[in-house]
Design a protein around this ligand. Structure first.
Ligand code: TRP
Ligand code: SF4
Length: 370
C-alpha cells in the first residue's frame, strides 16, 4: 500500500461505492470497538465464525440480555433493489439472533429513502416490499409475530422525530460524516435517524442496529444526535454490530448493493446459472493436481470456503470436514466445490424458496405500524 493510501481517510458514503478490506483500520478510524465474543452471553454461529468484526456499545446490549432488561433491534430494507444480496442476508441473520435473544424487533421499509436516493416511487417501493422483501426477510428467519414492520412513508412518529434530529446537526458536521450535503442524502439520513431512535420515545432503552460497513455514517450520526437529545428525551446512544463485507465470487471487494457482477443474490431461481457461477468462484487451490494432493489447498484464501462458512453451511461438523479435507489435499477444487459449495448452496436456496412461499401467504394478514 502506498504512503498516500495509508494516510488517506476512509470515507464511506452509504449511497456510493467504497473499497474496504482492512477492518483493523476501519475500527480505528470509525471509533468502533473490536467485536469481543466473550462478552456475548450466547454467541451466534456468525459471531463464532468471525463474521461480526466490530461494534459499538455491544456491552450495553449484552448486559440487557443477561439481566433480561428490554432492548430493541432495528433494521431497514431498501425496496430499490429487486433482490437481496447475500451480505444483506447475513445482516438479517444477525437481526434474527438478537430477536431470539429477546430484542423487540423493528423492520422498516425505507420507501422514503428509496424515493429520495434512488428515484423509486413510494407506491412502487411499497409494492415490491410486500411482494418480495417482507416475505423474504421472514423466510430468512424473522418471526413475523414478533417483528414490528412499518413503512417510512406511513410512520408519522418517525418523520416527526426526523425533524427534531435535523436541528441537532450543523451543515459542516453533516458534511464531515457523509462527505456531502446532497439534499436527497440529507432527507434520507434524517428519516433514518427517526427510524433508529423512535423506539425509545415511549421508554428510553438500549437498541442495537446490525449493519454492514456502508451504514457506519448513519450509526455515527445517530449516536451524536442521541447524546444531544439525551437531556430532553433520555435517549441511549444506539449500539451497533458490524458484519464483514461479502467478497464477490472472483475475490474482489465491492461495496455497492447495486453491483451484482459476480455476486450471488437471493433468490437464485436458475440453478444451472447458479452452479455455473459457483464453478467460477476463486479458490485457494494449487497450480497442479500433484501439488494439491501433496500440499493441500488453502481454504483461508478460498472464496468457495468463505461462502460456505459465511452463508451456506450451518453445521460446524460439515464445515470442519471441508476445511480439513482441503488442508489434507483430499479433494481437487472441482470435486470440493461439487461436494460442499454446490450441494449446500442448492440446499440454502431450496430452503429459502420453500419458506418464501409460506411467508407470502401471511403477508396479506400482517399489520403495519403507523
Ligand atoms: N439506509 C439503509 C440501507 O441503505 C436502510 C435503512 C433505513 C436502515 N433506515 C434504517 C438501516 C435504519 C438500518 C437502520 O440499506
Ligand atoms: Fe477451496 Fe475446496 Fe479448493 Fe480447498 S479444495 S481451495 S476449500 S475449493
Amino acid at each position: 500500500m502506498s504512503e498516500k493510501m495509508v494516510k488517506e481517510k476512509i470515507m464511506v458514503d452509504p449511497w456510493g461505492k467504497a473499497l474496504v478490506s482492512d477492518y483493523t483500520r476501519l475500527i480505528k478510524e470509525f471509533g468502533m470497538q473490536e467485536f469481543d465474543i466473550e462478552m456475548m452471553p450466547h454467541p451466534s454461529t456468525q459471531m463464532k465464525r468471525g463474521l461480526i468484526f466490530g461494534g459499538q456499545d455491544l456491552n450495553v446490549i449484552a448486559d440487557a440480555m443477561k439481566n433480561k432488561k428490554p432492548f430493541y433491534c432495528l433494521t431497514g430494507i431498501m425496496p430499490s433493489s429487486e433482490k437481496i444480496h447475500l451480505g444483506t442476508a447475513a445482516v438479517v441473520e444477525n437481526v434474527r439472533y438478537f430477536q431470539e435473544q429477546g430484542a423487540i424487533t423493528y423492520v422498516l421499509i425505507a420507501d422514503v429513502e428509496s424515493q429520495a436516493a434512488r428515484g423509486v416511487p413510494i407506491e412502487e417501493g411499497k409494492k415490491r416490499a410486500l411482494e418480495f422483501h417482507i416475505p423474504a426477510y421472514i423466510a430468512l428467519g424473522l418471526d413475523p409475530k414478533k417483528t414490528k414492520f412499518y413503512f417510512q412513508s406511513e410512520n408519522k412518529t418517525v418523520s416527526n422525530l426526523a425533524s427534531v434530529c435535523s436541528q441537532k446537526i450543523t451543515e459542516n458536521e453533516f458534511r464531515a460524516i457523509y462527505g456531502s450535503v446532497h439534499p436527497a442524502k440529507v432527507m434520507s439520513a434524517f428519516i433514518q435517524m427517526g427510524d433508529i431512535l423512535h423506539p425509545q420515545l415511549k421508554e428510553p432503552m438500549p437498541g442495537v442496529i446490525p449493519v454492514g460497513i456502508d451504514q457506519a455514517p448513519h450509526i455515527r450520526m445517530s449516536r451524536d444526535i442521541a447524546r444531544r437529545l439525551r437531556s430532553e428525551y433520555g435517549f441511549f446512544a444506539p449500539a451497533a454490530s458490524y458484519n464483514k463485507y461479502t467478497s464477490a465470487l472472483d475475490g474482489s471487494f465491492k461495496m455497492s448493493k447495486n453491483e451484482s457482477v459476480g455476486k450471488l443474490e437471493i433468490p437464485e431461481k436458475d440453478r444451472t446459472e447458479l452452479e455455473k457461477k459457483l464453478k467460477k468462484a476463486l479458490t485457494g487451490g494449487r497450480a497442479t493436481k500433484e501439488e494439491q494432493i501433496k500440499k493441500g489447498g488453502q481454504p483461508d484464501k478460498c472464496i468457495a470456503y468463505e461462502y460456505c462458512k459465511n452463508h451456506f453451511i450451518k453445521e460446524d461438523k460439515i464445515l470442519a470436514e471441508m476445511y480439513q479435507d482441503c488442508l489434507g489435499g483430499k479433494n481437487l477444487c472441482g470435486e470440493c466445490k461439487q461436494k460442499f459449495l454446490i450441494t449446500h448452496a442448492n440446499k440454502f436456496y431450496d430452503d429459502f424458496d420453500k419458506k418464501f412461499a409460506n411467508a407470502k401467504k401471511i403477508v396479506g394478514k400482517m399489520k403495519f405500524l403507523d
